[in-house]
Design a binder for this molecule. Sequence first.
Ligand code: KIV
Ligand code: ZN
Length: 515
Amino acid sequence: MSTSLNNKLIIFDTTLRDGEQSPGASMTQEEKVRIAKQLEKLGVNIIEAGFAAASPGDFEAINAVAKTIKKSTVCSLGRAVENDIRRAGDAIKPAKHQRIHTFIATSKIHMENKLRMSPKEVLERAVQAVNWAKEYTDDVEFSAEDAVRSEVDFLVEVFDAVIQAGAKTINVPDTVGYSIPHSWGERIGYLIKNVPNSDQVIWSTHCHNDLGMAVANSLSAVINGARQVECTINGLGERAGNASLEEIVMAVKTRKDIFNLESSINTEFIVPTSRLVSTITGYPVQPNKAIVGANAFAHESGIHQDGVLKHRETYEIMKAQDVGWGANKISLGKLSGRNAFKSRLADLGIEISDETMLNAAFERFKDLADKKSEIFDEDIHALVSEEYVDVTVDNFKLISLSAYTESDKKPFSKIIMSVEGKNQESSAEGGGQVDATFKAIESVVNSDAELLLYSVNNITTGTDAQGEVTVRLSRGGRVVNGQGADTDIVVASAKAYINALNKLYSKFERAHPQV
Ligand code: KIV
Ligand code: ZN
């Protein structure tokens, strides 16, 4: 039977690679490993852990994921360039199941203006890239970047050649989010019909969301024979993002009558995974986002509430529990000891082997438990992220903060922060306490950075919940996100701002795969 027409849908998650290409969403090695473990628990088939040639840090992070993950396949991206592919092959070496994903652009606009290569050269390089990758693993995926704007006959030629060279998965990307569901489906169907030996490979699709149709286009590709979908948690990704994993998976599951396909996703881990990715990247989930938004299962109108109470299915096509709502367990409280804390960390897939760090994280947990009676799993993830942030980049640290508001007076903030180990004090007035605090920090650092985004989200419910703040700063073309969490949002804001400054001042430089 044709490999592309069986009833399994392969889920290829690229949160750690394309998702990481969202402005400021870069992740540390520890964060990538933590997300990868959660993706494995979620049941994704392939984890694209990064682009190994981007930087030594990216290589190490992929390598760490490869050492940790046992069930899912670990993949690295590499351009059709020898060094990229060798770096990818070396990075994934420790993984039990390994894949190299290589790509080259096939559209006229990319070949002429970006690559400055003729179609013949592109075709030869594509084959060469697959040959290099095959030296490391049999599991080679080839993508024709900007397939949406490529001549379909050229695509047929290139795919024929790379299949002959041994590629096992053929990915057809809508790199710029340009396609419309019916024409995308037609294109996939045409390729499967016209590429020789198309039944020997898995057909895959990778859609961007520039016109808001990434999920619809991916599903149309599936209807027309694609059996792998590339997607990300919360639809994170370059520009408007990628197709969202949770929407694809739940569409296929809920409309089994149409798709008649099975994925290996344990759907009850969808919401916890979404929360984890949001906490780590600082990208909040909009409340009305399908499946994982706070309102996805909330019924506001009286008629709807009445209907749901009488018979849930009057207004609900999925069960909230099936996608993990309600799974945010109360983990621990004020009386929980170090062992309980350590064992909950282990349940959440978090390993802190360094005793000093573990003690510091436990101290933070105790401080939090003094302010908040119930500690949820999300609180623990936020707390651990902060612990790692502080030890990896610590140019600047918040030592203390006092902020005042009095009617008819200008809000005021006084901070003490440590700059490379030396305490410095500063104060400022502002439009509000947060504004005053940022001004006080800036009067010490003078970063000259532009504030692109400031957002506050509550991690759990209730007025004692921790506020999770994201600050996005830009300076000299570099964009970084900083995160901070605290039961007091002014403190959370100060932590987020300082976290962003630490990232801005770190020496972290990386290449972009599509440049
Ligand atoms: O969008 C794209 O074309 C990509 C490729 C590298 C698959 O991300
Ligand atoms: Zn992409």
